[in-house]
Ligand binder design. Sequence first.
Ligand code: UT7
Length: 318
Amino acid sequence: MRIPDVAPGARVLAFGHYQPATIVTNDDLAKTIDTNDEWIQSRVGIKERRIAPDGESLEDMSVQAGGKALAASGLSAGDIDLVIVATCTLETQIPNAAAIVAHRLGIRAPGAFDVNAACAGFCYALATASAAVRSGDARHVLVIGAEKLSQWIDWTDRSTAVIFADGAGAAVVGASDTPGIGPVVWGSAGDRSDAIIIDDRDSFLRQEGQTVFRWATTALHPVAKEACDRAGVDPSELAAFVPHQANLRIIEAIARKLGADNAVIARDIVTAGNTSAASIPLALSRMLERGEVRSGDLALALGFGAGLTYAGQVIEIP
Ligand code: UT7
């Protein structure tokens, strides 16, 4: 048996993102459910979110985000030999999204699979992509986080309708002489698997908000710290901290406990809502577009959500 030449490192070569055109404000929601802008902004941090119309699918959003990342990487479709879509909101279970998205992007016969680790999904997928590149199993990997949560939300349930949203973010991963994606720290707490759940195919998403809130604000800063330690990076060296965009109060609590004092904290939730597996690449791509992070900066990504699952790693900005 022979094994291929291994690459010393893997890095993100480019990001891309896509948001549906329709903006839904808190005041829009308050017209149909018993809520208000003050409650949503003070408890969750969201001002507005994007919702995809009926005719726009998770795959459509993935193609848009993936296509932009591919174009920004300077590579062509033929350079990609693995496509991973992180999602937990497919409309149907079969077929997977990755093969459809690859086909629509003109990527011929790549490996293609979906990852469901809910809101931690992008960090799981990025770690898998990094390992595939470093082992020589793939030259370049297109990693997409995409969600159409709106199709799994009861729009009369104020506890979820004000939080979740739609969107997609993507990254192209390739080989590198120096590591640009740090070791992943991942884990789960399956004893609390019913804290965020869709009970059956006829049900909508529901969550025990306070249970998840307590877990997120007490159990995750050590994971963030360990991801820094394993990458040999002190939190003070981080230029950005990009946790899953679940709740602004959670984001700020973890950031405070981590002590990433020089980092820009991603607050994409304010205008993007909670887009689960899409939230981290969406936030990173938008921060790069706005010039809030620059090439060579170190960012810590930290995903967490249903499962309960979590994963984090340090990423060098392309
Ligand atoms: O992305 C996956 C991971 N998920 C998370 O990280 C979610 C973590 N949890 C949270 O972010 C928060 O728990 C929520 C945003 C979901 C809820 O915020 P909270 O501060 O925990 O509110 P609560 O559920 O304790 O509700 C407080 C009050 C209740 O009224 P009473 O019983 O005090 O009279 C609720 O009925 O707020 C009420 N309420 C609302 N009021 C206006 C709940 N939802 C709403 C609403 N508008 N949309």
